[in-house]
Design a protein around this ligand. Structure first.
Ligand code: GTP
Ligand code: MG
Length: 205
């Protein structure tokens, strides 16, 4: 069999959005509720098969804490692909993702494949997405009243709400030429798909 093609992939995004958790799910099919922050960066590899081709992904999982920002160029330089992660329950993390994407578009390889990934989908699994906004005002008022009542009975970890609508992030990704997926490192939803979509979009010649 032919030697696998080696591909350098960098993960970028705000602290605690779930970069390391996505990698851990993809590589080991595991999840940890209290994953410690990454210091500097971590390196793991995983293979993906595309028809008759095997790609070996070299995954550079960077640290999202601001004090590590200056290290990032070492990891995205020469990368053929980037996974830029935000947390769908934290709007500010999408702003951070957008600024990483601008930095990549200025400083990384010109043909780099970028995937924008909205993680922690499991936290909003039973919540409505954008279509809910079409509901009439009375229904909204009733829903708000219910939500207020419910809030008194939920704990801090349960009280997460979606702050980034799928349609908003997808529109941004489309106009910027990025792949777009929503994922859960906790359930595994969308995780393998993220790396397979990247592999498909790479120009391997
Ligand atoms: P830095 O290394 O500091 O940049 O953070 P990170 O982006 O690598 O985040 P990490 O994977 O360490 O996850 C942060 C926290 O979010 C951990 O407590 C994870 O268990 C949790 N987490 C990550 N992904 C998910 C997810 O999909 N769903 C839920 N519910 N929690 C998640
Ligand atoms: Mg990490």
């Amino acid at each position: 069999p032919a030697k696998p093609i080696q591909i350098k992939v960098v993960l970028l995004g705000d602290a605690a959005v779930g970069k390391s958790s996505l990698v851990l799910r993809f590589v080991n099919d595991e999840f940890q509720e209290n994953k410690e922050p990454t210091i500097g960066a971590a390196f793991l590899t995983q293979k993906v098969r595309l028809d008759d081709t095997v790609l070996k992904l070299d995954l550079w999982d960077t640290a999202g804490q601001e004090r590590f920002h200056s290290l990032a160029p070492m990891y995205y330089r020469n990368a053929q692909a980037a996974v830029v992660v935000y947390d769908i329950t934290r709007a500010q993390s999408l702003d951070r993702a957008k600024s990483w994407i601008k930095e990549l578009q200025r400083q990384a390889k010109p043909n780099i494949v970028i995937a924008l990934v909205g993680n922690k989908l499991d936290l909003v699994a039973d919540q409505e997405n954008e279509e809910a906004e079409d509901a009439d005002a009375d229904a909204d008022a009733d829903a708000d009243a219910d939500a207020d009542t419910d809030a008194e009975h939920t704990t801090a970890t349960e009280g997460k709400e979606r702050q980034v609508q799928t349609s908003t992030a997808r529109a941004y990704a489309e106009e910027s030429g990025l792949l777009f997926l929503e994922t859960s490192a906790k359930t595994g939803e969308g995780v393998v798909e993220t790396f397979t979509e990247i592999a498909k979009k790479l120009d391997l010649n």
